[in-house]
Ligand binder design. Structure first.
Ligand code: HEM
Length: 471
């Protein structure tokens, strides 16, 4: 499967050792890594440079934080880099072998099957559904606001409902709270398992394991029901689920079995909502703490859209709105970790990488790399202005959606969805930090999630536009 990989013969490999913490130091760092892997990676790259070597037992791992090495792994020599890593094995225990976790021929045939559903024309057609679901959410806010709200929970519910409606023609409206809880429980558990070597196996009925199994059952039942109902329909809607059900392998003439369809549906529900919700939550946090940016966004919406609901056709003119989103995805890339395994020996920026080594890439660290970004930690949406002259960055220093053939299939969908939601909500509400808000930290789980005093979620004060006309 990977015989087309371009690899260098061993004798061509340089013999200078790649800097890194060494096995013993790594061992002593385990509690720090468990507490905050993101900060550990940032510290490592500051201390050792753009290619860092870790050795745990027999396993070599390389953390790469340079655009050239990232380009090599994700694009130029991508066939040599598989998803045979703990990260994707853990995800597979929830989402199965869907597009996100599979490799090789299966991945390619499923990607080809699903790609048409993400064609710009299809996404344009989905935009009215996205807008309607957002307006529906806003109508529900009227009775509750002004006041404090958990914007993270609101964004999760909205994006899950949108994923159900647009991809599978199903309205999960009354189930979004239950399902987002199940998804978060399942994802939190796999992060716990991946980072705790002493975690008891899933079949042992600890309270944590039981919660995980219950969450999996909830997700499985929902998806099985969805598939069964659709199979019985005479007139099936023209959506991604029908495409999966109708697909026939051109060589074998076989259709996808229930398990394969379940895996793809669950993959899309999970990958398609938590990431976008995370981006939106961080965007609201940044806007609430940068009122001048929030004001600029509202001015643009007023000029371009006026008081009617924002639509797909407005998006090309909502330049600042897009910049806010791009800058949010730079500072808080929801998918903060990308891992691969080298099938055969290779070189990364001149460092020898043996066959079987794990390669770690973090959009978070490369997108805050001081060599590529001016004032890397500052929220400056204008750096993405189409007219900017003051700075540019290498293409592979900005990878919120990954890159190469495994680039996010939902990139355009996610951008359009997030922009429509940003514009629709900012048109009607002004956000301020919660008055008693403690410091917000970043919890690097499957996606980057806001964390206040050990609790996930983000409380903001939302003021209806009329009540906040002073701004
Ligand atoms: C802001 C929103 C999003 C972000 C930041 C994001 C990020 C990413 C990243 C970084 C990858 C590459 C992972 C890797 O190379 O290992 C990826 C892959 C993927 N994403 Fe997204 N994503 C977003 C939205 C979506 C949406 C809306 C969908 C579906 C509706 C989606 C479905 C997928 C799938 C199926 C893959 C695997 C693609 C493949 O390997 O062929 N994502 N995403």
């Amino acid at each position: 499967m990977y015989n087309q990989a371009r690899t260098e013969p061993d004798k061509a490999l340089p013999d200078r050792p790649t800097p890194g913490p060494g096995s013993l130091k790594l061992l002593f760092s385990i509690p720090r890594i468990q507490r905050n892997p993101l900060m550990y990676l940032l510290d490592c790259t500051q201390q050792y440079g753009d290619v860092v070597h870790f050795k745990a037992g027999d396993q070599d791992a390389f953390f790469i934080n340079s655009p050239t090495a990232i380009k090599h792994v994700l694009q130029d020599n991508h066939r040599n880099y598989t998803k045979d890593t703990i990260q994707y094995h853990q995800l597979a225990t929830v989402a199965g072998r869907g597009l996100l976790t599979s490799d090789g021929e299966i991945w390619l045939s499923h990607r080809r099957l699903m790609q048409p559903a993400f064609h710009p024309r299809q996404i344009e057609a989905m935009a009215s559904t996205i807008s309607a679901a957002t307006q529906d959410m806003l109508a529900g806010w009227c009775d509750r606001l002004p006041g404090l709200m958990d914007i993270d929970a609101e964004m999760l519910r909205l994006t899950l409902r949108i994923a159900g409606l647009t991809l599978f023609s199903i309205d999960l409206n009354h189930e979004t709270s239950r399902l987002t809880r199940a998804i978060l429980t399942a994802l939190d558990h796999i992060v716990y398992r991946a980072s705790n070597f002493l975690a008891l196996p899933d079949h042992i009925p600890t309270p944590r394991n039981r919660r995980f199994q219950a969450a999996l059952r909830t997700l499985d039942q929902t998806v099985s029901q969805l598939i069964e109902t659709r199979r019985k329909m005479r007139d099936r809607p023209d959506d991604l689920l029908s495409a999966l059900l109708n697909a026939v392998d051109t060589e074998t003439g076989q259709q996808l079995d229930n398990r394969a369809i379940r895996d793809e549906v669950l993959t899309l529900l999970i990958a398609g909502h938590e990431t976008t919700a995370s981006a939106l939550t961080w965007a609201w946090h940044l806007l609430a703490t940068h009122p001048e940016a929030q004001e600029a966004l509202r001015r643009e919406i007023a000029q371009v859209v006026g008081s009617r609901a924002p639509q797909y056709a407005d998006l090309s003119q909502l330049i600042y709105c897009r910049q806010v989103l791009e800058e949010t995805l730079r500072l808080y890339p929801p998918a903060w970790l990308i891992t691969r395994r080298a099938a055969q020996a290779d070189q990364l920026d001149g460092h020898a990488v043996p066959a079987g080594a794990i390669v770690i890439i973090s959009p978070y660290t490369i997108q805050r790399h001081p060599a590529h970004w001016i004032e890397p930690d500052r929220f400056k949406p204008e750096r993405f202005s189409p007219n900017r002259t003051d700075q540019s960055w290498p293409r592979f220093a900005y990878i919120p959606f990954g890159a190469g053939p495994r680039i996010c299939i939902g990139q355009n969908f996610g951008i359009i969805e997030a922009m429509l939601i940003l514009a629709s909500v900012a048109q009607q509400y002004w956000f301020e930090p919660a008055p008693t808000q403690a410091a917000i930290s970043i919890a690097p789980l499957v996606t980057l999630r806001p964390n206040v005093k050990g609790r996930h979620g983000l409380q903001l004060r939302a003021l209806p536009r009329l009540a906040s006309s002073a701004h």
